[in-house]
Design a protein around this ligand. Structure first.
Ligand SMILES: Cc1ncc(C[n+]2csc(CCOP(=O)(O)OP(=O)(O)O)c2C)c(N)n1
Length: 344
């Protein structure tokens, strides 16, 4: 097993957050958790089709990391991107509608759960191809460099992507050309059903970045404050130097890889052990111990989130599907010739 305690940024030694900020972080994580629980429920009712990959257990990474990313920066994510899109500010209603396949979704219902996209918020996907977002992030950063824009491109990807050639080519070029990419590896220890130590000779992903001359750091991805602090430090370094930085978040998904995965490759004990480190409940306890959270704060946050999710489902239910005649719009192949139209 990977030693998750080793070489992490310390969890307790940084300054206490303000009450307002702490509650914002908690709200952000609970919003993702409840959104996804609802998504799983409506998926089981057949309202959402196709694949659905839940981020439950990993919320501290998206919420913590995104604190360091400004509106002018760019974000590239993976197919497990509900939390990133929500935290980036895409409304829950528009995301739920996208999963329902409705025209009111952020990709007009053409993309579904794995292909959230919103150029107006510089949220550049949502990719089903493992590692597919990484060279795109490098391209965005190259464009920024050529346009003299001091912006950061934040690129989230899983540990599985590190096995792809695209990761290595991208890391090499980002370092060689000194491009402002913040690589954010969400190491949840599994790529589908394969454990990290069964597919990587070197399980310390932060070390791989260093072999390309990319500065890197590993952080406890179950701790939202540690994640935020590391991301702020890394993003600041990217902004100052213009060079890439890789952060490896050590985290865990509590649910199966996707809704169709029977999850037979890990023991119940292992999952339960990680649930003891649930990023939401541990943060709640910490805030209560420090006098930053009361019962009424928590019930207010839960009610706000519940209302938002109810409205998101109502919005998705009320939306229309794309008319059949428009389904081939935006598909990059010629429309098939209609024999009765052209006669040729
Ligand atoms: C290029 C490519 N190869 C294989 C797959 C099939 N596949 C889908 S998800 C996945 C595992 C990826 O794991 P990781 O990057 O760790 O992300 P996680 O699902 O853990 O968030 C694989 C192999 C794919 N989508 N794309």
């Amino acid at each position: 097993m990977v030693n998750l305690e080793a070489d992490l940024t310390p969890g307790e030694s940084y300054t206490q957050p303000t009450r307002e900020h702490a509650l914002e972080l908690l709200h952000g994580m609970l919003r993702i958790r409840r959104f996804e629980e609802k998504a799983a429920e409506v998926y089981s009712l057949g309202k959402i089709r196709g694949f659905l990959h839940l981020y439950i257990g990993e919320e501290a990474v998206a919420v913590g990391a995104m604190q360091a990313i400004g509106p002018d920066d760019a974000v590239v994510a993976t197919y497990r991107e509900h939390g990133h899109a929500l935290t980036r500010g895409i409304p829950a209603s528009v995301l739920m509608a996208e999963m329902y396949g409705k025209v009111t979704g952020c990709s007009r219902g053409h993309g579904g759960s794995m292909h959230f996209f919103d150029a107006s918020r510089r949220f550049y996907g949502g990719y089903a191809i493992v590692g597919g977002g990484i060279p795109i992030a490098v391209g965005l950063a190259l464009a920024d460099k050529m346009l003299n824009q001091r912006r950061v491109t934040a690129c989230f990807f899983g540990d599985g992507a590190v096995a792809e050639g695209e990761f290595h080519e991208s890391m090499n070029l980002a370092a060689l050309w000194k491009l402002p990419v913040l690589f954010l590896c969400e190491n949840n220890l599994y790529a589908m059903g394969t454990a990290l130590e069964r597919y990587q000779s070197q399980t310390d992903i932060s070390l791989k970045a260093r072999s390309y001359n990319v500065t890197s750091m590993a952080v406890d991805g179950m701790d939202v404050l540690a994640s935020e602090r590391a991301a702020r430090q890394a993003a600041e370094t990217v902004r100052e130097t213009g060079a890439p930085f890789l952060l490896e978040f050590r985290t865990y998904r509590f649910r199966a890889h996707s809704m169709s995965d029977p999850d037979l490759y890990r023991t119940k004990e292992e999952i339960e052990k990680w649930k003891q480190r649930d990023p939401i409940s541990t943060f709640e306890h910490r805030l209560r111990d420090r006098g930053l959270l009361t019962d009424s704060d928590l019930s207010r946050i839960e009610s706000e989130v519940a209302l938002e999710i109810t409205e998101a489902v109502e919005f998705a239910e009320a939306g229309e599907f794309e008319p059949v005649e428009d389904l081939l719009n935006d598909v990059c192949t010629p429309r098939p010739v209609q024999p009765n139209v052209s006669g040729r």
